[in-house]
Ligand binder design. Structure first.
Ligand code: C5P
Length: 249
């Protein structure tokens, strides 16, 4: 059977993206310092954006040679989204998320430079009932697939997908699609239930075909965040050091 393990040329260490969801730049800086070289890729979202100091923090991280994922889910008229993406690519941001229809995605892709544009397909917090309320009378899985296909054809680079849906994307879409998977939880039952409903382990996310995993709380809330990140890096290293045949599922 076909292996879905990513064969893209991505250093294993960069496949862990840490979600820096903290309420202040001071907390962010102290976390960055304690994580040291256990994390090479940081995702900065809306919470941090609202604190002030967002772009200074990005510059600091870039000086430390870290990669940056700006997760602000840009959604506005195409011209405004285009101008915003242009700013991000001038700042050498590595990944940015964009929401919206074909024109919005094309506008973002037209100025992306070296910034990879990730499309939000269907927010994982929306279920069939919510979609009906929004006027979409269709199967959510089909909508995710069709939006991912369109995103790629419009020049976007990838999508955010739960670890349970990534295999479906891999089965039907071009391999070049980047898939970034949040909702990762440790294999043991040690982690209490939280708001992430469709969770998978690091190993399962990559076996199903993810290129990157986004992990926040299992690192941030650990007694020793650095040790938690190092343990995840060991698990990633183990997946990507398997000979190709052993990686086949
Ligand atoms: O703390 P946790 O590991 O659940 O972190 C999840 C991160 O991934 C958060 O920053 C959240 O915004 C992001 N995310 C998500 N589900 C999506 C898209 C992004 O949890 N569908």
């Amino acid at each position: 059977m076909k292996s879905f393990i990513s064969s893209k040329d991505i250093p294993p260490k960069e496949r862990l993206i840490f979600a820096l969801d903290v309420p202040s730049t001071e907390e962010a800086e102290s976390l960055i310092e304690s994580l040291g070289d256990s994390v090479s890729f940081y995702k900065l979202g809306l919470q941090l954006f609202m604190t002030g100091g967002y772009f200074q923090l990005i510059e600091k991280l870039q000086k430390l040679q870290k990669k940056i994922f700006v997760d602000l889910k840009l959604f506005d008229v195409p011209e405004t989204v285009k101008n915003a993406v242009e700013q991000l690519q001038i700042r050498n941001v590595d990944f940015a998320t964009v929401h919206g229809n074909d024109d919005i995605m094309s506008a973002a892709a037209s100025v992306k430079g070296n910034t990879k544009i990730l499309a939000v397909t269907v927010l994982t917090s929306l279920d069939k009932g919510d979609m009906t309320d929004l006027g979409f009378n269709c199967d959510v899985h089909q909508l995710v697939l069709s939006r991912a296909r369109r995103a790629l054809s419009l020049g976007c680079d990838g999508v955010i997908s739960s670890g349970l849906e990534v295999r479906e994307l891999r089965e039907s879409l071009d391999e070049k699609l980047l898939v970034i998977t949040p909702g990762i939880r440790p294999a043991s039952n040690a982690w209490p239930k939280d708001d992430q409903k469709r969770v998978v382990t690091v190993q399962d996310a990559f076996s199903n075909g993810a290129d990157y995993v986004v992990i926040g709380r299992p690192i941030r809330a650990a007694k020793n965040p650095r040790a938690a990140a190092e343990e995840i890096q060991r698990q990633i290293e183990a997946v990507f050091s398997l000979p190709p045949l052993l990686g086949v599922k």
